[in-house]
Design a protein around this ligand. Sequence first.
Ligand SMILES: [Zn+2]
Length: 235
Amino acid sequence: MREVLLFSAGLDSFPAWHYLGKPPALYFDIRHYGRQQEIDTVQALASAHGMDLTISNELDLSAWATPQGDLIPFRNVLFAMLAGFRADVVWCVGVKGDHTADKSPEAFIRMSEMLTAFAGRPIRVDSPFWNMTKSEIVAWYLEAGLPVNDLLQTFSCATPEDAFAHCGRCPSCLRRWIALTNNDIAGHFASPPWTWDRIRAYYLPAMASGGYPPHRVEEFRRAMATVGVFPEPPR
Ligand SMILES: [Zn+2]
């Protein structure tokens, strides 16, 4: 059985690589905004850790990317299809509560069925972390005795301001900050994520009205409390 891990340089996929026993890793350079920081990061992590890494240029999705770093619709389907050429098990890292159209347990089951039917052999698309939150993934990583410095080398910002600077003003930075803070790790951000205006304008009302799963709200509240902000609990 061949397996491959879709590697993104982010806070989830580096722990996933350890968690899965260091499988071959595949990064798609889709020519999106901020790609150079990601490429530099995956190359640095790969050479520091003896990772079997492929950087693929099979997909140029720049026509569908935005400077705001919005997610490209069903890009994970495209990744899974190309990964299916290479492997029978395609690890694509989703975490507990992920529910975008192309990243959820149900979406991955549909992709597995589709790829299996077209390929004529069983192909499974799956995540090792469906039952773990980002904070729990970082906790697992630390409990495994893996170095904090390596984790901080990961890169997960949709709209980086310059090389390796997490902006602190995007959903990816907010989630990174929450996961690090809940594990007593100080991340580096160009501006403090907890002061991002979207928190008051969007996240707090959305959470108060039940728009987020309870575990995400709890982890958000726990992180915010460390900086003296105590959001209202959801009704
Ligand atoms: Zn950011």
